[in-house]
Structure formats: C-alpha cells, structure tokens
Design a protein around this ligand. Sequence first.
Ligand code: BGC
Length: 747
Amino acid sequence: MLKTSYLKIAGTLLGLLIVTFSAVGQITPPQSKVSQENIKIDALIKQMTLNEKIGQLSLFTSDWDVTGPSLNDNYKKMIKEGKAGSIFNAYTVDYVRELQRIAMEQSRLKIPLLFGYDVIHGHRTIFPIPLGQACSWDMAAIEQVERIAAVEATAEGINWTFAPMVDIARDPRWGRVAEGAGEDTWLGCKIAAARVKGFQGKDLAANNTMLACAKHFAAYGAPQAGRDYNTVDISQLSLYEWYLPPYKACLDAGIGSVMTSFNEIAGVPSTSNKWLLTDLLRKDWHFKGFVVTDYGSINELLAHGVAGSIKDAAQLSLNAGVDMDMQGSAYLNSLDSLLKEKKITMIRIDEAVRVVLEAKMKLGLFDDPYRYCNKARQEKEIMTPEAIAFARKMVSESCVLLKNPNHILPVPATVRSIAIIGPLGDSKKDMLGNWSAAGNWEKCVTLVEGIRSKVKDNVVIYYEKGCNTNDEDRSGFDAALKIVAKADFVILALGENGWMSGEASSRSHIDLPGVQNELAEAIVKTGKPVAVALFNGRPLAITKLNSLPVAILETWFGGTQAGTGIADVLFGDVNPSGKLTMTFPRNEGQVPVFYNAKNTGRPYRASEPDAKYVSRYLDCSNDPLFPFGYGLSYTTFSYFNLTTAVAGNKITVTVQIGNTGSRDGEEVVQLYVQDNVGSITRPVKELKGFQKVMIKKGETKTLTFNLTLDDLAFYHPDLKKFWEPGEFTAFVGTNSAETISNSFRIR
Ligand code: BGC
C-alpha cells in the first residue's frame, strides 16, 4: 500500500490547499494557477462517489464498424453513469464530440473524457516506422514527426497518445523492435526526449498538443528468445544501465503518463510491481503523472500466476501504483469490495483519481471539453502538403544503404528501362507497416508509383511481382525474368509483409521469408545490374542476399510517402545518410548480437582466427552482418587526426573528416568511449555522442565533441552511478566497427 502521498501536500487550509506539482507539459504553470487547479480538483474529488472515482480509473476501447469507430450502448451507459473516465480508439470530431457530450451533459459530475490512441508513427500522414526514423539520427526531424502527428491527431479529437515506445531491444526476433529506437540506450534516450517534446509541445493546454505515454514500463524489449510477452530475466545492473534510462528520459522531458508492460521482471509482473511503480517511478524518479496498464494486463496477473482472482489482481495493481486500468474492468468490478474489506484505501484511490484529473486539467479539458473537436481543424490540418513533404523527406532520411558494389546505385542517368520486381513493389497495404493508426493504405505511394512519378516518360517501367512474400509459389519467376530481359536495370522490392513485425509478431527465422532469395538469385544470374529495396520491420539475417553482387537499400516501412522517398534515394536526388540503430545478425544463432557487448575473459581476436578456447562460434564469425551505426553513402568519408584533451571536468575530442568521394554528402559521425579498466567490466564501446554533418565533395571538416566526467559514469553493483579515474579510449568513426581511436586519462 502507498503510505505517503506522492503529491506533496502543503498547507492545510480546510484541507484544500495543495501546491507544487507539474505533472505534465514542459512548462510549470505559475504557483497561483497550480494552486487554483488543485483546489478545483480537491473539491471535485470530495464530491465524487466511489463509483465515480473508479470510473476515472477505468479506460475502455471504442468499437469499430465498417463505417468507422463506434461505441456500444453499454459503454455509452457507462459514460453516463461516470463509470468510464477515458476512451481509446475513438477519433474523428463528430464521434468524439458525441461521446464527450454524453460525459458533459448526461453524467452527474460532468468530468470530461480523455481520448487515447496509438499514434505511433503518424496519425493520418504515416511516417516510417519508429525504428526506421531512428536511423535518421535526426532528432529535430523526429520531434517534427511527432509534432505533425499531434497536430493531426488532436484535429480529430484525440488528446492522449500511447507513445513513445522506448523499450531497448537487442533481439530482432521480437516483432516490436519496429516500434522502438533500436539497441542503444544513450541514443534511445535522445530519441525518447525528442518524441515527448514533439507530442506534448511547449504547452499541453494548446489545442494541438497531446499527452504522451512512455511505454512499456519496464524492460518489455528483453523477452526471452525474442518471443512477445515472454519472461524478462535480467540483472538489476543491466536493468539500470541499459533498459531503464529511456523511460527516465521521457520523465525528464515532462511526460504525463506511463504504461506498464506485459512482462515480469525477476518474478514480478510490471503491473503488480510496487518496487517498479512506486519505489522507483514515484519516489526515486518523482513521477507526477498517471500510470495506466497495458491492455488487460491486470487480468493477466492470473495467467502470470501471482493472483488467484481478478479481485486479487486489482488489489495488487492498485497497491503497486497502477492508476488506470486499460480495458480489463478489474478496477470497475473489484475496487468497491476491496475497499469494504480494507484491502485498499481511499487515500490510494484518491491519489490515483487525482493524477488522472490533473492530466485532464493540464490538457485544458475542464476549460473546454470540446477543445480537440474542431471541424475546421479536422478539414484543414490533416495530410497537408507540408506534412506529406515532410513524410517524404523522412522516408529518404530513414533509408540505410547497406551495400553498393560497383556503384550500382544511384540508378545511372543512362538507364532507359527498369524492371521492378518483387512482392513489396506495388503493395500499398504493406507500406504502412504496423501500428498505422488512422493511416489509410489507399493513400500510400508504392515504389512502382514513386519511381513512375519520378522518371515520367523518360524511362520505361515494367513491374512483375515474381513471387509472394511468404509462400513457396515460384510460378511468377518466368514473368519476372521476361521483363528483366527487356530492361537495362532491375530493382527488387523484397522483405516482410507489414504485419510480420509489431505486436505478437515474433519470428524465429529472420531471413527473407518465402522464395524471395531464390527469385533474387535467378534474376542476378541474368547479369543485369540489380538494386534491392528492402522492406522490413526488424533487422533481417540476409546473409544469402548479401552474398549476391547487388546493391541493398534498407527502406523499412516508409508509410504514406514510402515510394517517393525511396525513389529520391535510388535515383540520387538524396544521398543516403541513414545509419542502423540495431545490429543486423548473420543468422539467428548469433542473436542477441549488439555493439556494446563485453569483452569476456577470452575474447576472439581477428589476428588469431583459429584460436580454439576463445569466445566464438565454430560455424560463424562473431561479427554481425552489419554493425550498429552502419550505413553507406554515395560518397566516401575518411577519418583522421583524432585528438583527445582533458581539462578539469571536460574532455574534448576532435577529429577531421574528409569527403573523399565525388558527391556532397551527410555523415553521421559517431563517438564511442571505452573505460579500459573498471571496478566492474565495461562494454567494449559505448556511444557517447554523434554529429550529423553535411560535407561537400573534396571538403574536410573538423568536428569537436565535448564530454564531461558525468558522461563516463556507470552504475555500480550498489546501483550508484559514478565515474572512475583511469584510462579510456575514444573511438570516432562511420559506424561502431570502423573507427579510429585515441586514449585519454582521467586522474
Ligand atoms: C499494446 C500497447 C498499446 C495498447 C493499446 C497493447 O496491446 O501492447 O502498446 O498501446 O495495446 O492499443
């Protein structure tokens, strides 16, 4: 049970005066406004019946009809009775207004509803999947994506997004890697903060900003064997060092809500984990917003085997620190009797109600419950030409050039005919990827369409599917080979279907599914130049494809503007600059393989490739297929003159980078550090900085990175974070494996 209130209560003027909190939004309102708001909330809580309080802690999904979202009469009745305080999966102005009207006109206390939705990579304008966006290493652009998403979502009545998903993941079998930022914690924190800022803006009460939700708390990205919802069992040290920081980064950016994860950690499911939700989140991290469960996860405590009944589960969750029950009705059906039995307290219920009401107040819903229901905005602010243009830019920024032998790409200007082949070449539905919110697949531009609109009548475009994504049917190979015979250049569109990643979409084999490798082999045999555009929601083990003399461009699932953005890169209008934020393994047996691993006592050394008793495989190299940070350009860069200097608290690293190729290009210059000797083992490299810079052909730039001693700190077995003196190595390079280095000493 929560003994002390996590809201700091000061002043006792009739028990009404509560001060000092800034639950949500970047800007803390003036003290007097905060006090006023608290007085209102206090007064409201006093008027609420127990059932009305429980209603504020209950979130229910809207239904879907063929014609659009709909709410069944039972839920409408619940809104009237004050039993449903928030609704999710409901949007469009008329519909949201109607539901809000029921709350405002027919419920006793007229408390406005929150409207939640999974706005994960855009609302109507769909951007590349989050893993793809992360590969842009462009924080301003990622923030802008969420700004556009928030503008569109709030124009349709939504005021709360179940994003960002900030789960660090090192296992590409897990389908939800598509929703995150990849494997690195440091970069994950930067991206998490950018996303929160984009959604919540500077003022949550503005009508085009929305409440964000950090999920899935915690460590949902580390399920055993990469199987979704599976057990998480990691050391406390790993949890602090690698998995927790991005959630904390969301808090530091002012996030207003946190969602619990489905998994357990060390035997305790997150949704009943008092240490996680109260001791860590509330007491150590001072979180002031509200905690919502994931979908039905209170009820899942039964399957986890920590509760014998829904009632027990509700008791565990409320007392652990869960404020709002998503879709489970566990609170609705149990809190009343739990209170009578004194298994929970009214103080705890009131705390939970308060943080939910505070969020509604921060959003301005008490001033105007219909502020997100503006028809004019809905008509004007969705899929604007600016949003579409930005989506196109984001697609090309997210693309990662994995391989480009003999400068196959960009497509030479002399090419007069192109054969586009592959199951992903003209599949609108797949372009959205998973979690595509209110995105309309019919509005997506496919690769075939994107290329046709780029080359107009100057180049003849043929298209054949060749095969399906995921079956054994080879009957389309012949037709594919026929158009190859007519063409100067071949573009293969291969990969996964959009539904093959995301929730409940783990795969044990992560090579190209179906007969796509065979199709590629057959086409390569013709001797025509071949470039592959890869569509996928996770790193793939494409060792076979990589062994062919083809160019490979990783394009992820680009969303609404997939085809145009990819075409910009294929034809060289945009020089690719994306860098992987998750390692691509050679095969599944290497998984998990990630760049910031430990050295071990018997490290493998390339200089002794046949050494036996070292940490290696007999049948596969230790190196991944493509390392973290990897990505080619149409130009080349060379790194030299790395210097390090330490002065007081500051470490300065300088490096020169020359563009040695024949085009201007952007490079993501990456700085890694190794603590050579620590009191506990340290990773061989840790990302500590990066700069994305444009370097003109022939030009050399000098870059400076400034670190402080705090950047060298790490968690110790007592969970204290501090740096240790000694020798360090700074590595700077084009990816985590190809770097130049220099050492420095901290005394
Ligand atoms: C997912 C969450 C999502 C929620 C609501 C769950 O199944 O795990 O990420 O926000 O559904 O749609």
